[in-house]
Design a protein around this ligand. Structure first.
Ligand code: SF4
Length: 286
């Protein structure tokens, strides 16, 4: 077991990976790991349903959705850069859908919340215990939807309603609409993120079963950490079944160095902001 707690938290293995299914590749962000793993787990009865960030009529307003079929999981593919509070449907998934084994996807802060639900003897523990696969996604920051609209329309001269795809990479926030692809330097998006993101110390979802994101891997691939026994078992089984293909991180560019730099940078920046707030007498959860 490798252990680089400084930057990445505890993990078993880190590889570059992508879904082999062409349909998943087409609709997903990067390597399609979240969609491929959740659909595989559903088809193998490792989970009975998944809570995912579904689309709504409203542009870029994700709606937590209980997906009971692979098609419903695939329909929710693609990263949304504003929150989908998936945990809000957890109790309903257990109580009303009767699910005993649930898969879900979460930002690092949401993973932390779910792990607290599992650890503390609250009444919520019985629902959080039903999570059989918790996939975390790398996250540097997240934007309230109104903030997204403000800078997409004010600084990128596009209508949020026409944007087909969003991405963060190469130091820019990217959007694709029917006419063009355009990028905005990330320093221009600062100030639009949620205030809590400025004191967040977790970039790579350190408490997830499996965590994944594009950074470190080439276009069309994702970097994947397996962290828990169950996460590693499900990931390995999906690879053995041909659902995912992998490459060693040492064989890909830009590689783990970039991820380490960004993760440590986020922790340093967050610690400084925590110190600043504490010195001002403001409350801090960390
Ligand atoms: Fe949550 Fe941290 Fe991502 Fe903000 S940066 S959405 S607090 S994980």
């Amino acid at each position: 077991m490798e252990d680089n707690k400084m930057a990445f938290g505890t993990y078993k293995e880190v590889v570059s990976a992508r879904a082999t299914d062409k349909q998943i590749q087409k609709v997903s962000q990067d390597g399609g790991i979240v969609t491929a793993l959740l659909t595989y787990a559903l088809e193998e009865n490792i989970i009975e349903g998944a809570i995912v960030a579904g689309d709504t009529e409203d542009a870029w307003k994700p709606e937590p959705t209980i997906a009971m079929t692979p098609e419903e999981i695939i329909a929710a593919a693609g990263t949304k850069y504003t929150f989908s509070p998936n945990a809000i449907r957890l109790k309903e998934a257990v109580r009303q859908y009767g699910l005993e084994k649930i898969g879900t996807v979460a930002t690092p802060c949401q993973v932390m919340g779910l792990r607290k639900m599992q650890s503390y003897p609250f009444a919520t523990r019985f629902v959080a215990d039903k999570i059989a696969l918790l996939i975390g996604i790398f996250c540097m920051e997240n934007f309230p939807r109104d903030s997204l609209r403000t800078f997409v329309e004010g600084k990128m001269n596009s209508s949020l309603d026409n944007v087909n795809k969003m991405d963060i990479g190469k130091g820019k926030f990217w959007i694709t609409d029917p006419e063009k692809e355009s990028g905005l330097a990330l320093k221009e998006t600062h100030g639009y993120e949620q205030a809590g993101c400025n004191i967040c110390l977790d970039y790579v979802a350190e408490l997830a079963d499996v965590s994944t994101g594009s950074v470190g891997s080439p276009d069309g691939w994702s970097t994947v950490f397996t962290r828990t026994d169950s996460g590693a078992d499900i990931f390995t089984a999906a690879v053995d079944a041909g659902i995912l293909e992998t490459k060693p991180m040492d064989d890909v560019k830009p590689g783990l160095g970039l991820l380490e730099k960004l993760s440590n940078g986020k922790k340093d920046k967050g610690r400084k902001e925590i110190e600043r707030r504490v010195n001002m007498g403001l409350p801090s959860p960390f």
